[in-house]
Design a protein around this ligand. Structure first.
Ligand code: ATP
Length: 236
């Protein structure tokens, strides 16, 4: 799926907590890359304030597991841009960062699940997103699939027109929102954390390297309590 925008490369930005990364993330990123002819997909673990979600482990661990999981796939990269910004981190700043790096030569596609997309109206400066990059909204097992017309936040709906041929919404800026079904792999990080806490196997839910990393660092062993400090990897 390619259209002429005058930009020579298409890049996917896949933000997530990745707590931890699993096969569901990897397979869907691979399918999206292929379908949208992306030259690379950049996984961006997002910063989560420790007081906000007690069961989110340190960003260093999450980033280290993404690195291990994507090793060997030359189309996949990881960025720690959100982790470098201590305190509040906003996706709009991340998109501006990648626009700055590409100097306008790359077309950016923000990849997210339908569940995450529904939360956009609470994001900082959310209307600005739709003129800053394209979106690819993955439909995910278990999630209720919105009808196309329900997808766009109501207060900015008039800024979009539906284009049936490409199955997308086009913003007045020219940026698009696509929906893309991905192979249903009903895996979630929540299940992986729960299995680990219960002493159960997570084999075949995550890559072997990630499984070893979790075991080696004794991650997700106990259910975190609010206010508890996230575990950090040893120095070096
Ligand atoms: P948790 O269970 O902790 O909520 P998660 O498994 O949903 O985590 P996230 O890191 O929050 O993982 O997900 C990042 C993005 O990947 C989200 O946009 C989410 O919708 C999508 N995603 C997560 N799991 C899958 C899956 N099995 N298939 C397709 N997309 C997924």
């Amino acid at each position: 799926m390619k259209r002429d925008t005058g930009k020579n490369t298409r890049v996917g930005l896949f933000g997530g907590t990745f707590n931890p990364i699993h096969w569901g993330h990897l397979r869907s990123a691979e399918e999206i890359r292929e379908r949208f002819d992306l030259c690379r997909v950049i996984f961006i673990p997002v910063h989560v304030a420790p007081h906000k979600k007690a069961d989110v482990i340190s960003s260093e661990h999450r980033c280290a597991m993404v690195k291990k999981a994507i090793r060997g796939n030359s189309f996949f990269q990881v960025s720690d841009i959100e982790l470098q910004r201590p305190g509040k981190s906003y996706s709009i700043d991340t998109i501006r960062h990648f626009h700055g790096l590409s100097r306008g030569h790359e077309e950016l596609f923000f990849i997210m699940g339908m569940d995450a997309f529904r939360e956009i109206p609470v994001w900082k400066d959310y209307p600005a997103f739709f003129s800053a990059c394209n979106f690819i909204v993955m439909t995910r097992p278990g999630a209720h699939d919105a009808q196309p017309a329900e997808l766009i936040p109501r207060d900015i709906a008039k800024e979009f027109t539906r284009q049936e041929r490409e199955q997308c919404f086009v913003h007045t800026s020219g940026c698009r929102i696509y929906t893309a079904p991905v192979t249903p792999l009903d895996i979630s990080s929540t299940v992986i954390r729960a299995c680990t806490a219960a002493g159960k196997s997570i084999r075949y839910l995550v890559p072997r390297e990630v499984e070893r990393y979790i075991a080696g660092h004794q991650l997700y062993r106990i259910t975190a309590t609010p206010g508890r400090q996230p575990q950090r990897p040893p120095a070096g």
